[in-house]
Structures are given as C-alpha cells and as structure tokens.
Ligand binder design. Structure first.
Ligand SMILES: Cc1cc2nc3c(=O)[nH]c(=O)nc-3n(C[C@H](O)[C@H](O)[C@H](O)COP(=O)(O)OP(=O)(O)OC[C@H]3O[C@@H](n4cnc5c(N)ncnc54)[C@H](O)[C@@H]3O)c2cc1C
Length: 319
C-alpha cells in the first residue's frame, strides 16, 4: 500500500497551500521540494493581493476572490505575516473603468489625485509577508501531519509509485517537468529598504520610466519593479536598481529617509492563459497528476483559490 495519497512536488506558496488544504480534507500528504523556503520565488514576492497579468475570466476572479477571503480572515485572526493594507493606484491617463477584480474588494473607490496624475483607485487588500507566512504554512502543515522532504524530483514518473496522486506545484520548473513551454520567466527586480514610517502601498504603473510600486511591510519596504519577459538570470542589475530608487523616491519622497537593505531579482512563472489547474491522466501512465503552476505575478493572490480547486479535482477523481 502506498504510504501517501498525494505527493505535492513544490514547497513554494502554491505547493504548501495545496498540502495544507489537502491534509485538512483528510488526505495523507507528502511534500517534496528541491529548495528550502527562502530559496523559492515565493520568498521574494512583495506580496500583496493584486490579480495582475492573469486575464479577467470568471475562473481567475473566483480564484482571486477565494484567496482574498481566506487572507482577510487570516489577517483578522493574526496569522503571522498577514494583514490588510490600504493602497493608492495612481493613473496618468483618463481614469479607466473599475477593474474586473474590483468586485472582490470591499470598499473599492476612485478619487482625485494631484498632477501629473489624473486620479486614483483606493482600496484595501491583503498583504502577505512571505518570510513570516511561508514558515507558518510549513508549521501548520507539520502540525496537521504533512511530511516535507527536501529532494529534487528528476521526473514526475519517478515518484509515481509513492502515491496515487501527484500535484505538480513546481512553478517555473514545470516548463521542464511536464514540457509546458507556455510557462515563461518574467523577471522582477526589487529593492528592500528600511521603513521610514510608511503605511500605505502606492502604485504608479504607467510611469514613463517603468512600472513603479512601493509596498510598506512591518519592518521594511519593498520597492519595485520590473517585468522583463524571457530574461532568465536573477543577479540584480545596478542600473535598474538606481532607476527604481529614483522613481520610488520621487513617488514617495519620505523614502529619502530610508536605507537600502538588499537588492533581489526573481522569475515569475508566467503563463499566457493564466495558471494551469487541471487533472492530467496522460503525463504519467496509470497515475493522476494535478497541475497547479503558472501563477505569474499573482501566486500569493491566487494561492487559496487554486489550492481548493486542486483539492476538489482530487476528491472528484478519488472514486
Ligand atoms: C519580484 C516579484 C514580486 C512579486 N510580487 C507578487 C505580489 O505582490 N503578489 C503576488 O500574488 N505574487 C507576486 N509575485 C509572484 C509570486 O512570487 C509567484 O507567483 C509565486 O511565488 C509562485 O509560487 P510557486 O509556489 O508556484 O513557485 P515557487 O515559489 O517558485 O516554488 C516552486 C517550488 O517547486 C520546487 N521545485 C521546482 N522543481 C522541483 C523539482 N524538480 N523537484 C522538487 N521540487 C521542485 C521548488 O524547490 C519550490 O519549492 C512576485 C514575484 C516576483 C519575482
């Protein structure tokens, strides 16, 4: 008899959320991860709830909405690293219609803004500090009885005898593990700086110099960011860092009092069609693989919705 019902490959935000959700529903779960939490892409995320770059389908809205609700509840219960944060999204062109995801955000409003801006969207969304939250997810998984092993899986077929179901939550690595060339790296460079007392996220996505955001966390600020399609390296670029800092300090002048702590770059696992969450009976003959990867720049934003869908697919296929 197999020791586990499900092996989840991937210990980033997507894999660990799936593991907790599946175990909560009664499955015997093992997570296999090539990397420690601090070496995953998830660790670098800013990370605020913001469903960008995933289209505006009903499915995307439902993943985002479910995740919003779980995080809002976690913020209220004091789950480490999760809280609600006020945001100002500044516009430079005539104020567009409310975005497709605004129905998921209670209190979403528009308001005036000083030149060069034409107006802004104001809303409050979950902010997830991954260096606190991902360890909490690991602890939660371990309390529930999930086994976590650090092991690189060369092929999903190699682990097929360990459990009836394999969840493929490998982010960008899915490109190789299941041959999905539609998953592409979109590089994001950010600065981590000390927090001079900021409490509101500010976004200036149409800045002529490039996409700009300032996300204050409890003890630091994440300043971003770039969206460099197809670029595969993660060494921070000094010229990009200087440009980011100049744009951010112009947008939020209080940042001039801050100290730069670190520079990072990570690779978002972007898929044109949005995340792939589906049952695959063909990849590994005789086994059921449920894919859950390709969340792009919205992995935290969609994590609970896609984990619940993954668990539902497994429950449905169980009999
Ligand atoms: C700069 C930046 C800012 C971002 N900001 C936000 C934000 O504000 N909000 C938001 O929602 N999202 C944000 N994102 C996106 C978010 O970080 C990703 O969507 C998310 O981390 C994807 O999670 P994941 O678990 O799929 O992948 P990962 O975190 O990459 O985890 C993949 C896991 O798979 C494991 N793995 C891979 N291959 C193998 C193998 N062969 N064997 C075993 N294990 C394997 C890895 O070890 C790892 O544990 C940002 C990303 C970047 C880079």
């Amino acid at each position: 008899m197999e020791e586990f019902d499900v092996v989840v490959v991937g210990g980033g935000i997507v894999g660990m959320t799936c593991a907790v959700e599946l175990r909560r529903r009664g499955a015997r779960v093992c997570v296999m991860t090539a990397d420690a939490p601090a070496r995953t892409t998830s660790w670098l995320a800013a990370a605020v709830w913001y469903p960008v770059g995933i289209g505006g389908s009903e499915r995307a809205l439902s993943f985002a909405q479910e995740s919003f609700d779980v995080f809002a509840d976690q913020a209220e219960r004091g789950v480490p690293g999760v809280r609600m944060i006020g945001t100002r999204m500044l516009h430079r062109r005539p104020l567009p219609a409310d975005p497709w995801w605004s129905t998921a955000v209670p209190g979403f409003a528009t308001e005036d803004a000083d030149a060069p801006f034409t107006g802004s969207w104001r809303f409050s969304v979950p902010m997830v500090e991954v260096p606190m939250y991902l360890p909490w997810l690991h602890e939660r998984a371990s309390e529930l009885g999930v086994h976590v092993r650090t092991e690189n899986v060369a092929s999903l077929a190699d682990i097929a005898d360990r459990a009836r179901f394999v969840v493929n939550a490998t982010g960008l690595a899915a490109r190789k593990l299941c041959g999905d060339e539609t998953v592409q790296p979109v590089r994001g460079q950010v600065i981590r700086a000390s927090n001079p007392g900021l409490a509101v996220s500010v976004r200036d996505e149409h800045n002529p110099g490039g996409h700009t955001y300032v996300h204050p966390r409890r003890h630091d600020v994440i300043i971003g960011g770039t969206f460099e399609r197809g670029r595969n390296d993660t060494a921070p670029d000094p010229g990009t860092a200087r440009a980011l800092w100049a744009r951010a300090t112009e947008l939020v002048p209080e940042l001039r009092e801050a100290r730069i702590l670190e520079h990072h770059a990570g690779l978002r696992p972007v898929r044109e069609d949005g995340p792939r969450v589906e049952l695959d009976r063909r990849l590994v003959p005789g086994r059921e693989v449920v894919h859950n990867y390709g969340h792009g720049g919205a992995g935290i934003t969609l994590s609970w919705g896609t984990a619940r869908e993954t668990a539902a697919l497994i429950e449905h296929a169980w009999d």
